[in-house]
Design a binder for this molecule. Structure first.
Ligand code: ADP
Ligand code: GLC
Length: 492
């Protein structure tokens, strides 16, 4: 199949969160299965600076309301990525900026126009380059207009190539809600601005467009695909999703074990693997030095790498840290995000430097080193569509302590010391008490080395490689082609 991925961030080009891990790895896994992938990304400043020799392949003009906005389509030929063509849309006024969506904790005020432009520019590029597409795969609010356009302004393009669209919800908490005044920039008819379609409390909801118009929807874990049908997790869109429940699927994300594996990880030293774990001890010592914590001896290090947003459970964590004296362990947090959470974590670290460290930064190398050096990885999320760090942690022998929601629920099984089964610690009530009790349970198990080794080994043996997820996406794509009642095109 010819599969077009429209996405706002992807490894190895740019990353703010897990979406980039998925958009970097899933296309590769699909290409390995013989599909032809076409990836579209905005040409952000960071990409432009790192890739000075991109080839211009087309010029497009996108009408944003009455204004024609020019864009340039550039292609990167990547020999390490056979089976995939990567295109960048260059529009410097929109994308040549120091951040993707805005400085940490903020949003650029013109994010609506920026991504309306991006979606339409992709379709203009498809037209100009004569690309044959079977599947349009859009992700999150930034590219949610793509399925809308394929059923409206670009209907001819979609039917000429007999294409179907899949929309993946990575996070329902971000919907790209815009003032109504922006709507004319989409070029869509006002008849699309209704309660059943793109309107949401008299504003434009871009994500809702994807939910309504894509042929099929999926989320990034089976549990999250069920949770979002309820008001507690639906962020106001549970009604829309309920209407589409028969076309809504859940596929767990995977891990790129070429990068996230302590036996080969280029960012850590020494390497280690199951059966040869002495390297992990050394990684912990180095990490403690780096984050300014004292030698812990027999005490565990609890780590967390995260965007600092409410989704990740920081209200519980901050309360937990207020009772730091109760816990015989140290904490290391790495992350950036909302200013208030940054401040609160910094305050806690200042008040108790021998047990709490916080580095306010986005640092991929340190994220890998934290995975290797910590003993326990904390993810008490309020909601978590999939979550990747718990999957990485398993492979690093860093035991995940998670809340039983979304992908955390699907990937982590609570350890049972009697049967020796399970790969982490799990709790459900969203309370500091439940988190504290689970941490206490983890700390006491840590003091029983035989059981801890068993638990850690169980995690390290888990396999969440992308191949399994790619197979499931392929099934969805085939089902979509069946739905549209048209035979799949021949492989080129
Ligand atoms: P989300 O996409 O909601 O942020 P995920 O768990 O799916 O959560 O993915 C987060 C990804 O971003 C992981 O690969 C994680 O290592 C990375 N990450 C988050 N914050 C940082 C940071 N401060 N420094 C380095 N990597 C980070
Ligand atoms: C989102 C979610 C996260 C998920 C990631 C990739 O950012 O918050 O849970 O792992 O997307 O799908």
């Amino acid at each position: 199949m010819n599969i077009l991925f429209a996405v706002s961030e992807a490894e190895p080009y740019v990353k703010t969160g897990g979406l980039a891990d998925v958009a970097g790895n899933l296309p590769r896994a699909l290409a390995k299965r013989g599909h032809r992938l076409i990836l579209f990304l905005p040409l952000y400043q960071e990409i432009r600076l790192k890739n000075p020799a991109l080839a211009e392949v087309a010029r497009v003009t996108v009408p944003l309301g009455a204004e024609p906005v020019p864009g340039v389509v550039l292609e990167k030929v990547d020999p390490d990525f056979p089976g995939c063509r990567t295109f960048f849309i260059r529009q410097d006024d929109f994308f040549d900026r120091p951040h993707l969506y805005g400085p940490p904790g903020e949003e650029y005020p013109d994010n609506g126009p920026r991504f309306i432009f991006f979606c339409r520019a992709i379709l203009e590029a498809v037209k100009q380059l004569g690309l044959e597409i079977d599947i349009y795969h859009a992700h999150d609010w930034q590219t949610a207009l793509l399925p809308v356009y394929l059923k409206t302004l670009y209907r001819d393009l979609a039917s000429a190539s007999r294409a179907a669209s899949l929309f993946t919800i990575h996070n329902l908490g971000y919907q790209g809600i815009q003032e109504k005044e922006i709507f004319p920039l989409t070029g869509l008819d006002w008849s699309e601005f209704t309660y059943e379609k793109l309107e949401y409390y008299d504003r434009l909801n871009l994500l809702k467009g994807g939910l309504v118009y894509a042929d099929i929807l999926n989320t990034v874990s089976p549990t999250y695909s069920r949770e979002i049908l309820q008001a507690e997790f639906g962020f106001g869109l549970e009604g829309v999703l309920q209407q589409r429940r028969n076309e809504l699927f859940g596929i767990l994300n995977g891990v790129d074990y070429d990068i996230w594996d302590p036996a080969v990880d280029p960012y850590i030293s020494p390497h280690y693997r199951i059966g040869r774990m002495s390297g992990k001890k050394r990684c912990k010592e180095k990490l403690l030095q780096k984050c300014g914590l004292p030698v812990l001896g027999a005490r565990p290090l609890v780590g967390m790498v995260s965007r600092l947003v409410n989704q990740k459970g920081f209200d519980l964590i901050l309360e937990l840290l207020d009772a730091i004296d109760c816990f015989d362990c140290a904490f290391f947090f790495l992350g950036t995000g909302e200013k208030e959470i940054e401040k609160q974590l910094a305050d806690r670290a200042r008040a108790c430097p021998e047990k709490i460290s916080f580095i306010c930064d986005y640092d991929n190398r340190l994220a890998h080193q934290l995975e290797a050096g910590a003993d326990i990885f904390l993810m008490p999320s309020a909601y978590e569509p999939c979550g990747l760090n718990q999957l990485y942690s398993l492979r690093y022998g860093t035991v995940p302590l998670v809340r039983a929601v979304g992908g955390l629920n699907d990937s982590i099984t609570d350890f049972n010391p009697t049967t020796g089964r399970g790969n982490g610690f799990k709790f459900f009530p969203y309370t500091t008490e439940a988190l504290a009790a689970t941490l206490e349970r983890a700390l006491s198990l840590y003091r029983k080395p035989r059981l801890w080794w068993k638990l850690r080994g169980n995690g390290m043996r888990c396999d969440f490689s992308w191949a399994a997820s790619a197979r499931q996406y392929e099934e969805l794509y085939r089902r979509m082609q069946g739905l549209s009642g048209k035979p799949a095109k021949k492989q080129p």
